[in-house]
Design a protein around this ligand. Structure first.
Ligand code: PAF
Length: 283
């Protein structure tokens, strides 16, 4: 595995790999890797000869009162995990490499970025779309892999790739959960033992709604209410919404199209997100 910190060296290395006929798979991350990230790496390795992982804690996707300065970082551990997972290139640029001085060009997403996290984190998806677009231009992958846990991010990135004619296949990989159901996240490390126990309510609530849906429940209010009962133990429920799986607009009863039940909640001072898909065949 090669660890690279500049765009010029990255380009040189990947040009050679492409000449050798390799498909390039790309896994963008903010580091502090866990099994969810490693599932993205495994998906890339199954489809591509070359797998590039980026580690960059992107300042433009954090709001002024969010956890940019305390976001967990452990580069040496991440490097070992990537090497052991068979990553070809680890790209770890610094902020200056990604955002040169006088940087002023952003990617602005549309309707998909407005609900859910977009409503509570102004500017978040502008930062995500901008950095993902820049990383795509740096790596020029054939395929890019994102985790289902960031359901809205997947929708925004997929739309951006279509709208900006980026010749990149976007693949969403299912959420990896701890054995008790908690969705894996770098932010789980902020949780105390007691908070970790209460955080479980998020996945329990969502999965309880999935059970009811599988038993035939199609009423939006009832499905949301089932999940909400579990979520009473979190400190602040930011949103719990059942939205159309494609448009991310509020779903209507009875459900006739695939929907996503999405939640964001604070447990202590940690903001966690999770979602489940309620899949239906297209009408
Ligand atoms: O999902 C993340 O870790 C980040 O939002 C991403 C896609 C790496 C962009 O900074």
């Amino acid at each position: 595995m090669q660890t690279i910190v500049t765009v010029s060296e990255l380009r040189q290395t990947l040009t050679q790999a492409r000449r050798a006929g390799g498909r390039v798979g790309f896994v963008p991350t903010m580091g502090y890797l866990h099994d969810g990230h490693l599932a993205l790496v495994a998906a890339s390795r199954a489809q591509c000869e070359v797998t590039v992982v980026s580690i960059f804690v992107n300042p433009t996707q954090f709001g002024p009162n969010e956890d940019l300065s305390t976001y967990p970082r452990d580069f040496l551990r991440d490097e070992t995990l990537c090497r052991d997972a068979g990553v070809t290139v680890l790209f770890a640029p610094d902020a200056q490499e990604v955002y040169p001085s006088q940087f002023e060009t952003y990617v602005e997403s549309g309707e998909l970025a407005k609900p859910l996290c977009g409503a509570f984190r102004p500017g978040h998806f502008r930062g995500v779309a901008t950095v993902v677009c820049k990383l795509f231009n740096m790596v020029q992958p054939d395929v890019a892999f994102f985790g289902q846990k960031d359901f809205q991010q997947c929708a925004v990135v997929r739309r951006m790739a279509i709208d900006l004619n980026l010749p990149i296949e976007i693949i969403t990989v299912p959420t990896v959960r701890e054995p008790d159901g908690l969705a894996m996240s770098s932010r789980n490390r902020y949780l105390s033992e007691e908070e970790r126990r209460r955080a479980l309510a998020i996945s329990r609530g969502l999965l309880a709604a999935v059970d009811e849906f599988r038993s035939g429940e199609r009423d939006v209010e009832k499905l949301v209410a089932i999940a909400k009962r579990h979520l009473e133990v979190v400190d602040r429920l930011q949103y719990l919404e059942l939205v159309d799986g494609d448009t991310l607009k509020a779903a209507h009863s009875p459900l006739r199209r695939t929907a996503a039940l999405c939640a964001a909640a604070y447990v202590g001072s940690t903001r966690l997100i999770d979602n489940v898909m309620l899949a239906l065949p297209s009408p």
